[in-house]
Design a protein around this ligand. Structure first.
Ligand code: ADP
Length: 422
């Protein structure tokens, strides 16, 4: 059996891909699973990222799902466990970062772990335990107004202490700057004081790489995706194009977009301006019961042989508001997601084997419609967005390549650049 080195549990889907992408770039071969797998691993890899949807569910459920993921990862031989959360530490006063961390510590029989959402590449830095997003503190970044997880306190020692029974401490930048040996000494001192979780400062990738060796001995790490860059070296792995190798690409090419984010708008406009065929779909026609999916597939079928096509619901904020006013926000979202997912499935049935999906929620719906359980992570197209390869009963033998681009990720030419990379 292929024994994995690192087992990761991510509290949401796109965050899981972000972590997997960082691990691949640092030299690990990675598979991301959608939920806890029921079957064997699809490929021989160094790390597995189990993607849960546990960020905002009830703490006891988040704990139960995370423990189930842990058990499966341990059965694959994982030597170290990585609990991955958002780089803005998205959580409520009840959790779920604290309760899940504690449950994993208990299950692993360890009295100490770290907590750091630092991700300098994405302008998330931690200094003296305070989390910065861009140039300002977390609670001035807009995150204080988040609908589900408002973050009003930038001090992570306090935030974490409110969520856990264990004592929370700090490994501050002065220690990190002196390197791994200083971090080791500080960990020993904190442990002796009875500290169970230490927030760790990091303001640059160099900080993360410096602390890396000191993390090798810990059974459990909790972090954003930043710390990942320092871990493959602990397992004797170095950055290599081989880690991102996927099966050869084949088949037809298509893009579906259910994202209305600013970056996606520009990408859709760029694709249309480059002269490629593009079809908008209208939520009101969907709501009226028209066969929008069938019409889109009939439109695409004769065009696919000529290169990539785009089907999109992407619309201006005014148009989206109008549709939401008529149908309801959740209803409009679900209706469009299901339609885009059905179109993605139909396109794959027509022979598409290279599929770009835009939209976080839309991606979840497409992966479900294609019955995808695991994705092998390949080369990065733009920061945070890699190509993946997956088995799907709709694609049959050989599977398909897909990339899942959430909201504001990707450069303006993302849709064409993606296919050029494969
Ligand atoms: P992003 O990653 O950009 O936030 P998501 O797919 O997560 O994209 O979310 C976009 C949401 O908007 C989805 O629920 C989608 O179904 C919905 N949506 C997409 N297009 C429209 C539209 N034209 N009118 C109303 N809702 C839409």
């Amino acid at each position: 059996m292929n024994k994995i080195a690192l087992g990761c549990i991510a509290d949401d889907f796109t965050g899981a891909t972000d972590l997997a992408n960082n691990l691949v770039r640092a030299g690990m071969r990675v598979v991301q699973t959608i939920g806890v797998p029921t079957g064997p691993l699809a490929a021989e890899v160094d790390a597995v990222v189990v993607a849960l949807k546990s960020r905002t569910i009830a703490p006891d459920q988040a704990v139960a799902q995370s423990l189930a993921a842990l058990q499966w990862l341990q059965a694959q031989g994982a030597r170290q466990i990585y609990f991955k959360y958002c780089s803005t530490f998205d959580s409520t006063p009840e959790g779920n970062i604290g309760p899940v961390t504690e449950a994993l510590m208990d299950a692993l029989g360890t009295d100490f772990t770290i907590a750091t959402p630092a991700f300098p590449d994405n302008k998330r830095t931690v200094f003296k335990g305070y989390l910065f997003a861009g140039d300002g503190l977390l609670n001035e970044s807009g995150m204080q107004n988040h609908p589900l997880t408002p973050m009003t306190d930038p001090n992570l020692v306090r935030v974490m202490q409110a969520q856990t029974q264990r004592r929370v401490g700090l490994i501050d930048h002065a220690v990190v700057a002196r390197g791994a040996e200083a971090v080791r000494e500080r960990i020993a001192a904190l442990r002796a004081e009875g500290v169970g979780v230490a927030v760790v400062d990091a303001i640059s990738n160099d900080d993360l790489l410096r602390m890396g060796p000191a993390l090798a001995e810990l059974p459990l790490l909790t972090a954003g995706s930043g710390v990942a860059i320092a871990l493959p070296a602990n397992f004797g792995l170095a950055p290599s194009a081989l880690a991102a190798a996927l099966p050869a690409a084949r088949g037809l090419q298509a893009v579906v977009s259910g994202s209305c984010s600013v970056a996606t708008h520009q990408q859709v406009a760029h694709f249309i301006a480059s002269g490629r065929p593009a079809l908008p779909i209208d939520p009101l026609q969907l709501a009226a019961g028209e066969d929008v999916v069938g019409q889109a597939l009939a439109w695409a079928a004769p065009l696919l042989a000529g290169g990539p096509v785009l089907v999109y619901s992407t619309a201006e904020p005014g148009a989206v508001k109008a549709v939401q006013g008529q149908l309801g926000v959740a209803e409009a979202g679900a209706l469009v997601e299901q339609a885009v997912a059905a179109i993605a499935r139909g396109l794959v049935a027509l022979g598409v084997r290279q599929l770009v999906v835009a939209g976080g929620e839309t991606s979840g719906a497409c992966v479900q419609a294609l019955d995808i359980a695991q994705m092998q992570i390949g080369p990065q197209i733009d920061p945070g967005v890699p190509w993946c390869h997956a088995a799907s009963p709709v694609a049959g033998e050989g599977g398909l390549h897909l990339t899942l681009k959430s909201g504001n990720f990707g450069a303006v030419d993302f849709f064409s650049k993606a296919f050029a990379l494969l």
